[in-house]
Design a protein around this ligand. Structure first.
Ligand SMILES: [Zn+2]
Length: 837
């Protein structure tokens, strides 16, 4: 059956057969509306379509069809347009504002409209969040064409009862990276050999966005413009059904929901979502795919536990999120164990599911609407029953980190109140389930193997010390971020300026001033100074700018300091004397000048692109500091003496003995090597540093117990740490921990790198706390044998230089504001570390 269908794809060369292959069911079509093939000049599936052409085609549809209008919701990092084509009947389109306000009444728990069936259902068809899973955007073109041009009674029925929002490409930057690749290696005739270049993209591949972020994890974290634009749109429309189209390995078939049951024992979302709606829709997809002879599977894999997927976030907004996974042809045609898989075949499955989603939504619109209404009402009701009336948090030391967290809350339409320096998030609000998502932590799980993270209490990502409260003192509602950080403007000094180092943005200010040529010193001990605004305490790491020691005059220095403050809103002070009220004086040997970091990072084949991208993103977007990205393939000839800091993130580094020696001798000269995750394991394995890993004891006398073969994936899977949050104990007197005031902070662990504490007593900067669990799944064995005895961050002396070894990724998904500082300190203060022997 499968083979016969694949042969169908070969008849694509003429326009008519192409139309028949995809949408003969939906004739007749309006001849005044160009099909994708007529517009593009090639049949869908014959090439990979560039994103700008996708936007052009949808724009064209909005111009020639009275059923469609186009909306731009953002721009990517690389400047590509993010668009949504709204498709519905001309009557609905002319009346959209009113339909929207009717629709939104169902999301308001204080209202109780009952006209469930009278308002068209809102459907968001989202495509291609992973750039190198290209069938879906091509299917988006076919779907948009069908819905705007078909005059078939079935389609006319859908558009009169539904408003369909087509988001053709969620990740245009990644898509175009892959599109370029697939088209440039396309053979004529096509080459199906899996070893052909067309099917083997080069690093970093097209899955991720410009900064190599997985946008299908970013819905919760809202770091990138693609997700931020989409979330803003989302909270304006609250669609009832949302699709998320993907591709998986070539040797597979097709997947649709239901997926694996939720891994949490008490999932935040109502069980009806999984038990009722997924099965209801699943029957539709099965029938549609059966009718074209396509094979598929459900329920075995993929869990919707993590709320940051495109298929799970809608579930937390009263919608139904739907995941689809098509076996990838990755390229235009590939040979598989089943025969051959062609690009058109993959597109047709996605197209079929698209139209079927619309059908199922329209035919069940009363059910979906009632469900969404009940979702928001039950949220309020659950909140009213909860003893916890809200969560309060504050951090007077670091207003910019607090601001970044509040931004996240507002992005998800969570109500936040502020009274003095204290913030409160009440639980009784329409977004109660998002409040739970941001603050609640879990210990007990139904499942032990996760597709991704098992912990996502975002408050911990930001190192917010929050607590549940049982009574509320709300204060003023926070409606914007504008006035959250207040700094008093600094007055001119002829003597010195001091920058508080506790603020998240202090590093960016430091980089700004260093890049303008100022010499900045850092204090290794706290002190209290008599500033122009009175006595002021400064913690470890306070930055001191001595005016007379600069090459610029006092006016120019003042100008730069003011600019830095204006740009980064960091508390800064001026002093006219070096004589401190308490602690060390400004001329102390504990206050020493910092070297400006000249940093490089190794990227390319074998390197974990996510982690590398997180470093690049952090430095570009928050610190505004350039970093040189050295491809692995050039490492042999690269001149390292240009840099004083080198970053190696997780990866498999296949360096020769000579190249290892090159790194070692470069560090030896007084430079800083920063390693993260498996790169930390690598420097230990290769004996670049004299440190150890926690070794598993192998007991050869132990009898081997036979286990059922079928359980192997489950048994082995649970020992790998999907992603959980643990408490570490931090030495805040160490330069790597400057800026922290609390010795206990959360870290994110999703690997099996277990560093033994350093044998040097001053070199273990962060060790897991005695009772380390905060949130997420870990086996007892991993906890007792590996995590508890190990260290999260150590520094190791190597000649005149040092290696900073992170077991855990401090920059995870661009959202670990709480641990970013550790990494930035390694970059900016690494040179300051002198390990006593
Ligand atoms: Zn995917």
């Amino acid at each position: 059956m499968l083979k016969k269908l694949l042969l169908g794809a070969l008849f694509l060369s003429t326009s008519l057969s192409a139309q028949d292959y995809f949408f003969k069911k939906f004739h007749p079509f309006n001849p005044n509306i160009p099909s994708p093939e007529e517009f593009l000049g090639y049949g869908i599936g014959e090439r990979h379509t560039r994103h700008d052409l996708i936007v052009s085609y949808l724009t064209k549809l909005s111009e020639v069809s009275d059923r469609a209008s186009i909306y731009e919701y953002g721009r990517t990092h690389e400047g590509r347009k993010l668009v949504i084509l709204t498709i519905t009947s001309p009557e609905n389109l002319g009346n959209l504002d009113q339909l929207k306000s009717q629709h939104l009444e169902f999301t308001d728990p204080t209202k109780s409209p009952t006209n469930y069936d009278n308002v068209p259902i809102f459907i968001n068809l989202g495509y291609n969040v992973h750039g190198n899973e290209p069938s879906s955007s091509e299917a988006a073109l076919l779907t948009a064409y069908t819905l705007t041009a078909s005059n078939n009674p079935e389609i006319l029925n859908y558009i009169s009862k539904g408003v369909i929002f087509v988001d053709p490409t969620i990740n245009p930057d990644g898509r175009d990276r892959h599109t370029q690749w697939a088209n440039m290696y396309q053979g004529n005739p096509l080459v199906g050999d899996p070893q052909d270049a067309e099917h083997n993209e080069y690093w970093p591949r097209g899955r991720t966005n410009h900064y190599w972020f997985d946008l299908n994890r970013d819905w919760l974290l809202g770091i990138n413009p693609e997700s931020r634009g989409k979330l803003t749109w989302y909270h304006e429309w609250y669609p009832n059904v949302v699709t998320d189209f993907h591709e998986m390995g070539t040797q597979s078939s097709y997947f649709f929901e239901p997926m694996k049951d939720n891994g949490s024992l008490n999932p935040i979302m109502p069980k009806e979502n999984y038990l009722d709606l997924n099965n209801l829709f699943g029957n539709y997809f099965a029938e549609a795919l059966d009718s074209i002879g396509s094979f598929y599977f459900t329920k075995e894999v993929f869990d919707g536990t993590y709320p940051g997927y495109g298929s799970s976030y809608p579930d937390l907004q009263g919608g139904l999120g739907l995941l689809f996974e098509q076996a990838s042809s990755r390229g235009h045609k590939q040979t598989t164990d089943f025969g051959e898989i062609t690009f058109p075949f993959t597109i047709r499955n996605q197209y079929t599911s698209s139209i079927t989603t619309v059908k199922a939504a329209v035919e069940n619109k009363g059910v979906l609407r009632k469900y969404q209404q009940e979702f928001f009402k039950s949220g309020m009701a659950n909140a009213s029953k909860s003893k916890v009336k809200g969560y309060s948090f504050k951090d007077e030391h670091d207003p910019n980190r607090v601001k970044a967290f509040v931004d996240k809350l507002l992005l998800h339409k969570i109500d936040v109140y502020k009274s003095g320096n204290n913030f409160v998030v009440p639980t009784r609000q329409p977004q109660y389930r998002m409040v739970q998502t941001m603050f609640e932590t879990y210990e007990k799980y139904r499942d032990s193997v996760y597709y991704d993270a098992s912990a996502w209490s975002v408050a911990n990502f930001y190192n917010m010390k929050y607590k549940p409260v049982t009574s509320l003192n709300l204060g003023e509602k926070v409606t914007s971020l504008d006035n959250l950080v207040k700094t008093t403007s600094i007055s001119k000094s002829e003597y010195a300026y001091i920058i508080d180092y506790d603020d998240y943005n202090a590093v960016a200010a430091l980089n700004y001033l260093q890049s303008k040529g100022l010499v900045i010193s850092s204090s290794s001990k706290p002190f209290t100074a008599n500033t122009s605004v009175g006595s002021q305490k400064f913690g470890y790491g306070a930055l001191v700018i001595p005016v007379s020691l600069q090459k610029k005059d006092a006016n120019a220095v003042y100008e730069l300091v003011q600019q830095a403050q204006k740009k980064y809103h960091v508390p800064m002070y001026s002093v006219n004397s070096g004589y401190s009220l308490q602690g060390i004086d400004l001329g102390s040997r504990w206050i020493s000048p910092l070297k400006k970091p000249k940093a490089a990072m190794i990227i390319g084949d074998g390197v974990r692109s996510y982690e590398a991208g997180e470093v690049w993103h952090l430095l570009d977007t928050r610190v505004h500091m350039p970093i040189t990205k050295i491809p692995v393939r050039n490492f042999g000839k690269a001149n390292l003496d240009t840099y004083n800091t080198l970053v190696m993130v997780s990866g498999g580094y296949d360096f020769s003995k000579k190249q290892q020696e090159k790194i070692k001798s470069w560090v030896n000269k007084g430079n800083t090597l920063i390693t993260i995750g498996t790169a930390s394991k690598w420097v230990i394995d290769k004996e670049l540093v004299d440190e150890k890993l926690i070794e598993k004891e192998k007991d050869s006398t132990k009898t081997i117990e036979r286990k059922p073969y079928v359980n192997a994936p489950e048994d082995l899977g649970k020992e790998s740490l999907g992603g959980a949050i643990f408490k570490v104990d931090l030495d805040i007197t160490h330069p790597l921990a400057f800026g922290y005031n609390d010795t206990s902070i959360p870290v994110y662990k999703n690997n099996s790198v277990w560093l033994a504490p350093s044998k040097n007593e001053y070199a273990t900067v962060a060790k897991y706390a005695k009772d380390p669990h905060i949130d997420g799944f870990i086996t007892k064995k991993n906890m007792e044998e590996n995590l508890k005895p190990s260290a999260s961050l150590i520094v190791s002396k190597l000649g005149s230089g040092r290696v900073v070894l992170f077991a855990d990724n401090p920059n995870f998904r661009g959202s670990w504001y709480g641990t970013n500082r550790l990494f930035l300190n390694a970059l900016f203060l690494g040179d300051k570390i002198r390990i006593p022997e």
